[in-house]
Write a protein that binds this ligand. Structure first.
Ligand code: URP
Ligand code: ZN
Ligand code: ZN
Ligand code: ZN
Length: 531
């Protein structure tokens, strides 16, 4: 047969527009896109019945199999998803590519070894979708960077790194940020920045603690918008000086978005990402379980925190429309709630710090403690799960409401992240002869009765979702990874042998810096990189 699979009657949606096309797939690739293809030429046919058919989601920010417990305080939690459960959750929500983090701890001397370790984990468990890595650099030693970055790029196709301006176990000084940016700039790597001023956070945390204000809600009070604003502004100053492309991850406030917008207007290659939690959660959610058991608020703890009310949300929606945000990622950070490595850990640590812990801690003991104690926000691992709900949330609350156009929708969830991280047009596009057959097919309008989401609907290894109870009228009906149907009508159809490791290229967006160092002698970078 000429085709392995044909998709008929779809409203084919890309970042360029919508059209009535039929899609022919062979050997994992899209090989034909035309008004009509003869069904007799295919081994298998899917009738999309008029529903949207689009490139599979590319989630460029997921935490998988990361262990934060080796930090100095030893309280930052451990990811509950490995590559198997994390990628399973991804495909059940329409995502066909994930980029996870290979995290260097301060005891790790080699980034290459770190990457090898994460890669070994993914090979061992397998994955339901394709995946790549960013490296998190916490030891920015220049010699190591000079030696290892070229190997990361050539051998592993890792063309991006993440740097932290907060968390004592990861925080870099300005000097260290510059050291990394100087090296990544030479090699056209994209630097991802977690922009929060760690010193402000620890000062505020101590002050709140002295006043006894330690319940999970105060996590938000310990990180007011100036914390994100200052760090964002500072990182932009550093990036402008070095002329290094940076991406601000998980932007949570209107004020940080405005600072980014201003820098973009000056023409610098500054990119930004926002995430579902900042469009859907507010301080009310941090107080949602307020009761003697108010430690349950810790489920919603993430950094930066969501805003106080929906005014930041409106500004972030505007930023998704007007291009301030290049991409929309989940920041899936899968900590379980009732787990000794999870969010309730805050409860235990608080007890221990008061000298009243009923330890040794085990699962059984944990439930007992959870029944009558509240936790201290500073011990709660930061982050929320969301790899599976990312596409459906933006579909329901963005595309369907008209807050973002259908084309912008595809760009934000798939095409732009593929371009930014060097995967386009193999990923993020439907170009015959070139693109992988990674697809999401949605239900036709009103074909799926609307339902209230509950965590039992999801396929991650986490015991809660921040979006419990939210209403959905559509969901990915089919997810196809390189021609294989992995998710169909609510059922997982494939095994975890589908996913492959992706070597990536460099940033393909139009505003990337070029190799020729500007001759403008007022630019510091002109002098720094002179031969
Ligand atoms: O709170 C968050 N965002 N946790 C995940 C780790 C990170 O900083 O992205
Ligand atoms: Zn971060
Ligand atoms: Zn993250
Ligand atoms: Zn105990």
């Amino acid at each position: 047969k000429q085709f392995d699979l044909i998709i008929k009657n779809g409203a084919v949606l890309t970042s360029d527009g919508v059209g009535r096309y039929e899609i022919g797939i062979k050997d994992g690739k899209i090989i034909q896109l035309s008004p009509s293809i003869d069904s007799g030429l295919a081994k298998e046919v899917i009738d999309a019945e008029g529903g949207y058919v689009m490139p599979g989601g590319v989630d460029a920010h997921v935490h998988i199999a990361q262990d934060f417990t080796s930090g100095p305080k030893g309280v930052m939690g451990k990811c509950a998803d490995d590559f198997l459960t994390g990628s399973r959750s991804a495909v059940c929500g329409g995502t066909t590519t994930i980029i996870a983090f290979a995290q260097q701890n301060r005891s790790d001397e080699s980034l290459l070894k770190v990457v090898q370790n994460y890669h070994a984990l993914s090979e061992k468990s397998g994955a339901y979708c394709d995946y790549g890595f960013h490296v998190i650099i916490t030891r920015p030693e220049v010699q190591m960077l000079e030696k290892e970055l070229p190997k990361l790029i050539e051998d592993w196709g890792i063309t991006s790194c993440k740097l932290f301006m907060t968390y004592s176990s990861m925080q870099l000084s300005d000097n260290q940020l510059l050291d990394v940016m100087y090296e990544t700039r030479k090699r056209f790597m994209t630097t991802m920045i977690h922009a929060e001023n760690g010193d402000l956070i620890s000062w505020l945390t101590n002050k709140l603690e002295q006043r006894g204000l330690v319940e999970p809600f105060y996590h938000a009070i310990s990180r007011p918008p100036v914390v994100e604003m200052e760090a964002t502004h500072r990182a932009i100053v550093l990036a402008e000086m070095i002329q290094n492309p940076v991406l601000f991850v998980h932007v949570g406030s209107a004020s940080a978005a405005q600072i980014i917008r201003n820098a973009q207007t000056r023409g610098f290659p500054i990119y930004a990402e926002t995430c579902p939690q900042y469009l859907h959660l507010t301080w009310d959610d941090l107080k949602r379980f307020h009761s003697p058991k108010c430690f349950e608020n810790s489920k919603m703890i993430c950094s930066p925190p969501p805003g106080p009310d929906d005014s930041d949300q409106e500004a972030l929606w505007a930023g998704l429309r007007n291009g301030t945000f290049t991409i929309y990622s989940s920041d899936h950070c899968p900590f379980r709630y009732k787990d000794v490595h999870g969010k309730a850990l805050g409860v235990l640590q608080h007890e221990q710090s008061l000298g009243s812990a009923r330890c040794p801690v085990d699962q059984e003991h944990l439930s007992e403690i959870l029944d009558d104690k509240t936790g201290h926000f500073k011990y709660v691992p930061n982050g929320c799960p969301g790899v599976e709900t990312r596409l459906p949330l933006l579909f329901e609350y963005g595309l369907k409401t008209g807050r973002v156009s259908p084309e912008r929708y595809v760009d934000l969830v798939s095409t732009a992240p593929a371009k930014l991280y060097g995967l386009y047009p193999i990923k993020g596009a439907l170009i015959p002869g070139i693109s992988d057959a990674d697809l999401v097919i949605w239900y036709p309008n009103d074909a799926l009765p609307s339902f209230k989401l509950t965590n039992a609907n999801l396929h991650h290894n986490v015991d809660y979702t921040p979006y419990e109870g939210m209403e959905f009228g559509n969901w990915p009906r089919y997810t196809i990874v390189r021609g294989q149907i992995v998710w169909a009508e609510g059922e997982l159809r494939a095994s975890a042998s589908v996913g492959k490791y992706l070597k990536r290229g460099t940033n393909q967006l139009a505003t990337r810096p070029t190799n020729s160092i500007a001759s403008d002698k007022r630019r510091v970078a002109t002098w720094l990189y002179k031969a």
